[in-house]
Design a protein around this ligand. Structure first.
Ligand code: ZN
Length: 411
């Protein structure tokens, strides 16, 4: 118990230390292979090497450290998360999972397991700098799309240039892929939502990462004079969109686990005294089960068509992203839930199995190795914000659960 408390304090101190390495003067911001990533690597590398880990940075800029097991040619558990951040970030999104990986190795106190442990700090998950997320985990999973190397950031620097400027060789990205000894992946991550807090639980086992459909929709009506056009003769695209947005909300509220969002809307011509002739809006629909998401999406599209028809408008939609849900490995999910139960106080309710509404490196790794995720409660449900935090006792519980997971895992 005492060692977990000590270790949890060390985890929080490390996250705090790393939060000072930033591109921005008064906030946390670390995009792909920016200068402060060097500092983060130096800090974590020193700790990992003190624990006897073999440490290197691969060609995609991922920090990798291997803690050998008791045999030479052995299987490996990969524990990881990401070290990059959004602008104006909190101190725990991603970083916590990497630091926890190192802390779990430290808690072994030089003991060797029947398998090795590789801790990875992914270089890129958020997609801030180049508009493409998961650059780091795709390289590790062996699914890196080399055409991405030519993408440029706002300063005109390509991904390949950024990799070279960091002192790495983009031609070697293929060598970042996991070898066949990598047998499982565990990611510990803050929930970034309010569900665990609402349920009064410190930890949750992720059953799957939600699939997403994103679309652009357009309502086409007729712009006209706001003073001279009687209400009954209007084809107001903004009123149609408003009715549809509420239909989207109704559909989501009526479907268990479904979230649907219209987050952006543009009305043209966009003047106070002109009826809106055309509205473009975004749609984001997510659910842990693909069929449920697809059915809801069809219902939402039909609602748009029906509203447009009734109002004498045209409705069209263009699917921009259709991403299937990624289930976690059932055996590892069961072990994660068992580990959480073992770390819970007596009489605590059964561990929550929850769908992650956000994407994570685990969804990329899951295509390559059996994967599991443990969520840590986010106080206030706040993330991607400087107020993002975690509770000391929750980090302690996560370390207990993680240690149990390591003890029970057989690869
Ligand atoms: Zn994250």
């Amino acid at each position: 118990m005492e060692s977990f408390d000590h270790s949890a304090r060390a985890v929080l101190a490390c996250c705090d230390e790393l939060s000072h390495y930033s591109e921005a003067p008064a906030s946390i911001e670390r995009t792909f292979l920016s200068a402060p990533i060097h500092d983060v690597h130096r800090h974590l590398r020193a700790w990992m090497e003190r624990l006897g880990m073999r440490v290197w940075v691969d060609a995609a800029g991922n920090l990798r450290g291997v803690y050998a097991g008791e045999r030479a040619d052995e299987k490996r558990l990969v524990i990881g998360s990401h070290l990059d951040t959004v602008p104006n970030a909190g101190a725990y999104d991603g970083v916590l999972g990497v630091v926890m990986g190192v802390a779990l190795v430290e808690l072994l106190r030089d003991e060797r397991l029947a398998y090795g442990i590789e801790v990875i700090g992914f270089s890129e998950e958020e997609g801030v700098r180049f508009g493409v997320p998961f650059l780091g985990s795709h390289a590790v999973a062996g699914s890196f799309d080399r055409t991405v190397l030519d993408r440029r950031d706002q300063a005109g620097v390509s991904v390949a240039d950024a990799i070279r400027a960091f002192g790495l060789n983009p031609d070697e990205i293929g060598s970042a892929a996991l070898d066949s000894n990598a047998a499982a992946y565990l990611e510990i991550h803050i929930e970034q939502g309010p569900v665990l807090e609402k349920a009064g639980q410190a930890l949750g086992a992720v059953s799957s990462i939600a699939g997403q459909t994103r679309a652009a929709v357009t309502f086409r009506g007729k712009a006209n004079h706001a003073g001279t056009t009687p209400m009954a003769l209007r084809r107001d695209a903004l009123c149609a969109a408003a009715e549809w947005i509420l239909a989207v909300e109704r559909e989501a509220r009526a479907t268990h686990g479904l979230v649907a969002t219209v987050g952006k809307i543009d009305a043209a011509p966009g003047a106070g005294n002109v009826i809106a002739g055309e509205v473009q809006a975004t749609l984001d629909v997510r659910h842990g089960v693909d069929q449920v998401r697809e059915r809801a999406f069809r219902t939402i599209v039909r609602a748009g068509e029906e509203i447009a028809r009734r109002r004498g408008l045209l409705f069209s939609h263009d699917v921009r992203l259709n991403q299937a849900a990624v289930p976690m490995n059932p055996d590892l999910l069961a072990l994660a839930a068992e580990s959480i139960a073992a770390a819970s106080p007596p009489g605590a309710p059964a561990p929550m199995r929850m769908v992650s509404g956000a994407g994570h490196d685990a969804m990329v790794l899951a295509a390559r190795v059996p994967s599991a995720m443990i969520f840590v409660r986010s106080p206030g449900g706040v993330s991607h914000h400087p107020d993002e935090t975690v509770l000391l006792q929750d980090v302690q519980a996560a370390l207990m659960a993680g240690s149990y997971f390591l003890r029970k895992l057989s690869l």
